[in-house]
Ligand binder design. Sequence first.
Ligand SMILES: O=P(O)(O)OC[C@H]1O[C@H](OP(=O)(O)OP(=O)(O)O)[C@H](O)[C@@H]1O
Ligand code: HPA
Length: 183
Amino acid sequence: METSDVQADLKHVLYSREQIQQRIAELAADIDKDYEGRELLIVGVLKGAVMVMADLARALHSHVKMDWMAVSSYGSGTQSSGVVRILKDLETDLMGKHVLIVEDIIDSGLTLSWLKTNLLSRGPATVEICTLLRKPAAAKVDLDVKYVGFDIPNEFVVGYGLDFAEKYRNLDFVGTLAPHVYE
Ligand SMILES: O=P(O)(O)OC[C@H]1O[C@H](OP(=O)(O)OP(=O)(O)O)[C@H](O)[C@@H]1O
Ligand code: HPA
């Protein structure tokens, strides 16, 4: 895809690569402090969280273990179906573990609400959530999120792991999509 094609599909840049890296470094410092002396398992939620997980893990100074889950609730559109499916489960037994779920975005909150309940049923010591982006105006459930990168307006965003119909995940910034792309 040509750079110009991507530019035409975007309305504007919300967060640049530098702004994202700066915020992730701050979140990592908080996480290092909060989990000092405890072994932490970070769980990346595929596919969207790949970029956040990779950058957050490298910004952490403590030893962490990493595992991955794949869940899906969006299909190919811009609306959550509300039905969460596990496409790939964890390989780690969570019994007694401190677990931090790492996500790219919390929109309606339905995915993470379901996932947190699911992981809590596996007997971990704690389960917390870290997300790069959150849309407070889109929340359909009450969800306790310990680490939030940025609260954003209720607009569909792409880049830095976030897709529209599997495109734009590889952008190193977060931007809003021009309406002509999805209308
Ligand atoms: O708060 P919600 O409204 O539930 O939306 C958030 C979820 O939607 C996205 O995943 P998606 O299902 O698009 O899968 P993907 O990570 O593979 O893109 C995102 O990564 C979250 O998991
Ligand atoms: O705004 C969004 N963009 C991309 N994927 C998403 N999944 C939930 N919300 C979004």
